[in-house]
Design a protein. Structure first.
Length: 245
């Protein structure tokens, strides 16, 4: 059966109990008030994002028979959000696994909705705030690895602080290691290529980031080497794509 012909799974009793336990579903907010706002197929895995009227985001990963997307995105996101504990990020309430009568398996991940507006990087202190945000994550041993512009929001606060809303690719570490530093460099490279920053703004960000971070000079060198490697790899990929046109 083609994955495009499959219908999304209905709510499993274990999923419903999980939502009731966390008061997401109650007398004032019934199950049918939860709205699906995004669907995406990856192989035979359906990723769905739901919004609730009482301020939660419900992500569900449904695995159907056949080749699947085995990445445990919910584990990465929950681990990162728990480690950051609401530091300009959503709050995670964990996840539940359910086996459906059809044989399909779903994992439901629950977190809060962090409200804010899409950033345009048009405020004078945006690069300083961005450096504070990412260096704060790194000090807590979390690397998002997905610093796309759409994942940053300007929180509904008078100070206009920045927030981050998607930790599905995040990596968490127990301490500063070579692997962590390489991933920090990878994150900064992706920020330059996917973060919507003009070159001058990115240079400003790096200046603020170096001041905000607590890495040693040797650690900074490793991060810079990693960043250069990933930027060069990205450039080679673009050249290869261009040559195929």
């Amino acid at each position: 059966m083609s994955e495009k012909k499959r219908s999304p799974l209905g709510w499993h009793p274990d999923e419903t109990d999980f939502l009731i336990k966390h008061n997401v579903v109650n007398a004032q907010h019934p199950l049918d008030a939860i709205v699906c706002v995004k669907e995406r197929w990856i192989k035979n895995t359906l990723r769905e994002v739901f919004l609730t009227p009482n301020g939660y985001v419900v992500k569900r990963y449904s695995h159907f028979p056949g080749r699947k997307d085995y990445r445990k995105v919910w584990v990465r996101e929950h681990s990162a959000l728990t480690k950051l504990s609401g530091r300009y990020t959503p709050e995670s309430f964990g996840f539940v696994r359910a086996v459906h009568n059809s044989g399909a398996i779903s994992i439901l991940h629950l977190r809060t909705l962090l409200e804010g507006d899409q950033v345009q990087w048009n405020q004078p202190d945006d690069m300083a705030k961005l450096a504070q945000l990412l260096s704060g994550f790194h000090k807590q041993m979390v690397v998002t690895l997905d610093p796309q512009q759409e994942n940053f929001i300007r929180l509904h606060q008078p100070s206009g602080e920045l927030g981050f809303i998607d930790m599905g690719r995040a990596r968490t570490f127990t301490g500063v290691s070579l692997l962590m530093l390489v991933n920090v460099g990878k994150e900064l490279a992706r920020l330059q290529t996917e973060g919507g920053l003009p070159q001058q703004q990115f240079k400003q960000f790096l200046k603020h980031y170096r001041k905000e971070s607590n890495f040693t000079s040797t650690q900074q060198d490793i991060i810079k080497f990693s960043m250069t490697y990933w930027l060069n790899r990205h450039a080679r990929k673009l050249r290869k794509q261009k040559s195929k046109r």
